[in-house]
Design a binder for this molecule. Sequence first.
Ligand SMILES: Cc1ncc(COP(=O)(O)O)c(C=O)c1O
Length: 323
Amino acid sequence: MLSTVGNTPLIELENMFSGSGVRVFAKLERFNPGGSIKDRSALSMLLAKIRSGELEPGRSVVVESSSGNLAIGIAQICAYYGIRFICVVDAKTTAQNLAILRAYQAEIEMIGTRDPETGEYLPMRLRRVRELLESIPHAYSPNQYANHLNPRAHHRTMAEIVQALDGKVDYLVCSTSTFGTLRGCAEYARLHDLPTRFIAVDAVGSVIFGQEPAPRLIPGHGASVVPPLLDPAAAHEVVHVSDLECVVACRLLVNREGILAGGSSGATAAALERMLPRLPLGANAVMIFADGGDRYIDTIYSDEWVHQHFGEVSHLWKERKSC
Ligand SMILES: Cc1ncc(COP(=O)(O)O)c(C=O)c1O
């Protein structure tokens, strides 16, 4: 199963951005077996340790704070190797992700209280990880926020894109949270002297690039802490996208391209759309679509949810379709 991680398809979008003079591509990371780009990071962070014997089935315990895609990627690997996995999640974790994690036999540690200082769950989750590491013998935490094997996984992601486009990757548009994907792709470009310009996509309300924190509804991209892997020099430009822009772009991706994309993919498409008018004709722009829309059926793709949070906004994608 794990040999199917990577080598995801790169497709050209022919409708949504037609007439822009720019060729737009999407790397569809939902085709990884766990459903997201995070399968690559999970494999990179765990496999070397398993092969070297540092992580041992039946003895070692993997502990990680993640409520989404990385947790699913880790759970898949731990299930395969017979390693116990304790996943520290919080009350915002979707019922669907909890069900998937349980199906992969992960043990769930639910954090129900917010950090009194920041109002966020994340500090409490990280504290619980530290407690578990101290109290459980042979426990190990990959710590995706600071582990250099996380960006290292994406040298291959970038290599696949470069190979598919015969080396002509003018722009890479990439959503950010741990900064692992963008950092790894940019490292590869630097190592191979590629002129690719990297566009970081962040959520309005995320603090990664120094903005004020604010509530955010859509998980995946954005962060409530500045990730230690952040290398501001790796991003030539940063675009902040609101939750509503994200929803509209996701809905447009369905009705223009037939792509059921995850929230951060919508953010990436919204960011690229904003930039397109100033990109040179004939350029190749590649978006990384980190996951699929299946995990957002009750939010982004639920008319009730959208109405509850944004009011009557369906004209934003329905009118555009008939243009
Ligand atoms: C759906 C989705 N999009 C984007 C990201 C951000 O990727 P990175 O952590 O490599 O910056 C993540 C990270 O978990 C994600 O799950």
